[in-house]
Write a protein that binds this ligand. Structure first.
Ligand SMILES: *[C@@H]1O[C@H](CO)[C@@H](O)[C@H](O)[C@H]1NC(C)=O
Ligand SMILES: *[C@@H]1O[C@H](CO)[C@@H](O)[C@H](O)[C@H]1NC(C)=O
Ligand SMILES: *[C@@H]1O[C@H](CO)[C@@H](O)[C@H](O)[C@H]1NC(C)=O
Ligand SMILES: *[C@@H]1O[C@H](CO)[C@@H](O)[C@H](O)[C@H]1NC(C)=O
Ligand SMILES: *[C@@H]1O[C@H](CO)[C@@H](O)[C@H](O)[C@H]1NC(C)=O
Ligand SMILES: *[C@@H]1O[C@H](CO)[C@@H](O)[C@H](O)[C@H]1NC(C)=O
Ligand SMILES: *[C@@H]1O[C@H](CO)[C@@H](O)[C@H](O)[C@H]1NC(C)=O
Length: 639
């Protein structure tokens, strides 16, 4: 969908209705999109696409074991001293931080520093000086990961850490006053749990002194250490408390406000060797690590593997994690879906943002772009989720679908789609004035040139058309109780049942709409002998090879029966119960354009009343119908 159209949508929508609430909630809260660059990656700093981030952290400076001053390895000096200047070239507003490694000599250097006032002073003064010298805007104490400073380190150590933060903050404030520059940002990277056994991080000091904490929400399961496959950065874990969701809740329970946390995202995974290639789910027996010395693999490397083997990535909805299986090789990692869901999770939990370990592991910026997209324009998330997204998705898709068909069969389709829209809307909202094709024609002065806003990938877009749809779809939503609306609407089951806004939300809405358009039927009624709702009715007919019975007689186009069947199959794929089964919008586009040869068989749609006992036997019939005519499919899409 053309982004300029979408943008305009959001603008119009906000102007019309959302302005007052939006204005209140947009309290200049920046959404942090941060990432690490680690010198050991040897990834050239100039190649970082810093426009995808708001903050970048350069890793690592060290602590000198005799002077306790901040020290930079000679090999890192050039990188660290030029880091800020270089990443600013692509993003002049980027904020940079210098991360400080704490693990030298098994943390003994760090804790000897933290426990002695004079050592602390040396460390703190030198850290501020170094940051200023090289143009960094902040500092980070890096004490995380499976080998990091864990909160079960002795109570004394944790107390010292708290004192260090107090001293550090007051020195930073003093320096800021004296230099009349804004104070350095002070952060730490911590374990995913704030407390272990009986001890805890110095929570009060952290709250008082740090700008935020990077939650190390990954590396939960390491293939070098465990002999069961594991989702190393699982958002949820049905069988244990080792999960990001549990960790975040613990941090909040221990008193750290959500607004002081950034969610850790991992651009790496771990490879296991399976004991039995057939037993390859999350938690299956394994013989330890594979491929690399510690089993870790960058996302880039994983994708290279997948491409060369042509392997499909599995997305597990219970863990919100991806994995793939290549023979006896099992790799658990976060792909685009998992990353997007996590960014959305961070949004929903009211966190400050996310931070990626580590930026160079991305594959052509795919993950960073996905993360950035997911966080966009969602300042008013509650309203968006409940009102704007369902409606804008529907309306946008309706418009897209419309214009897309309009190009090919202008009149018939226009009338039809308007009718669907009008009847649906009218029946649900009796007081509503619905628009027919003629109304719209009039409103746009016969689709005149002046009212044309532009021409995008889906055809021409007219000004008044937009506003009326916008008005009606949006204006009504808040007045209808959501629960009564949901079941028969365009809202997918995961949102209805669990409040999860999946990345396949729009796909579902599109599927429902497409079924309505090809059938000319409302989705608020029940159909067939068994009183099935529209989705299931469509599925039953499709399954029994009677798809043509579903089609609207108005579209009695004998030559394009096969196109309609293709549309129906794609639509059924879009409304499947599980979001991971649904295709992406891009795949939908390709399928409709006939770029994908082997369109998969839809499973039973969401909210079905029947179950799939005898699935397998049914699909043959409609396959035969279509195969003869496959090459002409691409005509469905404009080009
Ligand atoms: C620590 O600092 C001292 C004095 O500047 C220096 O001689 C020594 O090499 C440094 N040690 C390390 C490990 O950098
Ligand atoms: C590091 O310190 C912990 C206790 O703080 C100890 O259990 C562990 O053996 C030490 N590791 C090494 C390599 O010295
Ligand atoms: C304030 O800054 C000046 C130089 O700009 C420096 O000489 C002085 O020591 C600083 N004072 C403090 C308290 O840091
Ligand atoms: C998870 O944590 C809860 C308390 O937060 C505890 O009651 C429960 O036993 C824990 N479950 C596991 C599997 O450790
Ligand atoms: C996710 O993985 C768990 C454990 O392997 C499995 O029980 C569950 O069925 C999977 N869920 C999905 C949706 O694949
Ligand atoms: C799993 O790991 C444990 C300890 O590392 C080891 O004792 C055990 O033999 C391993 N089991 C398998 C099946 O490899
Ligand atoms: C639109 O077209 C109709 C005839 O099709 C004409 O009567 C009408 O005046 C036109 N309206 C405008 C605003 O051009």
């Amino acid at each position: 969908m053309s982004s300029s159209h979408l943008q305009m949508w959001f603008n119009i929508l906000s102007l019309l209705l959302l302005l007052p609430p939006l204005a209140n909630s947009l309290e200049a809260q920046t959404w942090i999109k941060a990432g690490y660059w680690y010198s050991g990656s040897e990834f050239p700093v100039p190649d970082i696409d810093s426009s995808l981030f708001t903050h970048l952290t350069c890793a690592f400076a060290h602590i000198n074991s005799s002077t306790y001053e901040l020290s930079i390895l000679p090999s890192d000096e050039t990188y660290i001293s030029t880091f800020t200047d270089i990443v600013r070239q692509k993003n002049p507003t980027i904020i940079t931080l210098l991360s400080i490694w704490t693990q030298d000599s098994n943390f003994s250097t760090f804790f000897s520093m933290a426990t002695q006032p004079s050592h602390r002073t040396s460390f703190i003064e030198s850290s501020i000086q170094t940051a200023r010298l090289y143009g960094f805007h902040g500092l980070e104490l890096y004490g995380m990961g499976p080998y990091g400073i864990q909160p079960d380190t002795s109570t004394k150590n944790m107390k010292d850490m708290g004192i260090l933060f107090d001293d550090w903050r007051s020195a930073i404030n003093k320096e800021s006053k004296n230099s009349t520059r804004s104070p350095l940002i002070l952060t730490m990277a911590g374990h995913y749990l704030p407390s272990l056994s009986t001890t805890s991080y110095p929570m009060d000091s952290i709250k008082r002194n740090l700008d935020w904490v990077h939650i190390g929400s990954y590396d939960y399961h390491l293939s070098a250490k465990e002999n069961f496959t594991g989702a190393h950065s699982a958002l949820y874990d049905p069988s244990s408390n080792v999960s990001t969701d549990y960790g975040i809740k613990e941090w909040i329970r221990r008193g750290l406000p959500a607004k002081k946390m950034v969610l850790g995202l991992a651009y790496h995974g771990y490879a296991w060797t399976l004991v039995n290639p057939k037993d390859n789910a999350i938690g299956s027996p394994a013989r330890g690590r594979a491929i690399t010395a510690d089993g870790s693999m960058s996302y880039k490397y994983i994708k290279t593997y997948l491409r060369s083997y042509g392997v499909k990535v599995v997305y597990n909805e219970s863990y919100l994690a991806n994995y793939c299986v290549i023979g006896s090789l099992w790799i658990g990692f976060d792909d685009v879906e998992a990353i997007k869901t996590k960014v959305l999770y961070a949004r929903e939990k009211g966190l400050l943002g996310y931070k990626v370990w580590q930026v160079p592991n991305d594959d052509n910026w795919v993950l960073s772009k996905a993360a950035q997209e997911e966080g966009k324009d969602k300042e008013n998330k509650q309203l968006l989720l409940e009102i704007l997204l369902p409606t804008s998705a529907i309306v946008t898709l309706l418009l897209g679908t419309l214009t897309w068909y309009l190009r090919r069969r202008l009149c018939k389709w226009k009338v039809l789609a308007m009718r669907v829209m009008a009847t649906r809307t009218k029946s649900r909202y009796p007081n509503l004035q619905a628009f027919g094709f003629t109304d719209i024609k009039e409103a746009t002065s016969n689709f005149s040139h002046e009212n044309k806003l532009g021409e995008g990938g889906f055809g021409p877009v007219y000004k008044h058309m937009f506003q009326q749809f916008v008005w009606y779809e949006l204006y009504l939503m808040p007045r209808v109780t959501l629960s009564s609306y949901l079941i028969h609407g365009y809202v997918p089951p995961e949102y209805v049942k669990r409040g999860i806004y999946s990345t396949k939300y729009d796909v579902y809405s599109f599927g429902v709409l497409l079924l309505q358009i090809i059938s000319g039927k409302k989705n608020t009624f029940l159909y067939g002998r068994d009183n099935l709702h529209l989705l299931e009715y469509a599925y039953e007919l499709w399954k029994d090879g009677k798809s043509m019975e579903f089609m609207d007689p108005l579209m009695d186009d004998t030559n394009s029966g096969c196109k309609l069947l293709q549309c129906m199959q794609v639509a059924l794929l879009c409304v499947q119960e599980k979001w991971e089964d649904r295709p992406t919008m891009l795949e939908v586009y390709s399928m409709l354009k006939n770029e994908i040869e082997d369109v998969s068989k839809p499973k039973r749609p969401a909210f079905s009343t029947k179950t799939d006992m005898d699935e397998e036997n049914h699909h043959k019939s409609r396959e035969e119908i279509c195969s003869s005519n496959f090459a002409t499919m691409s005509q469905v899409m404009p080009r």
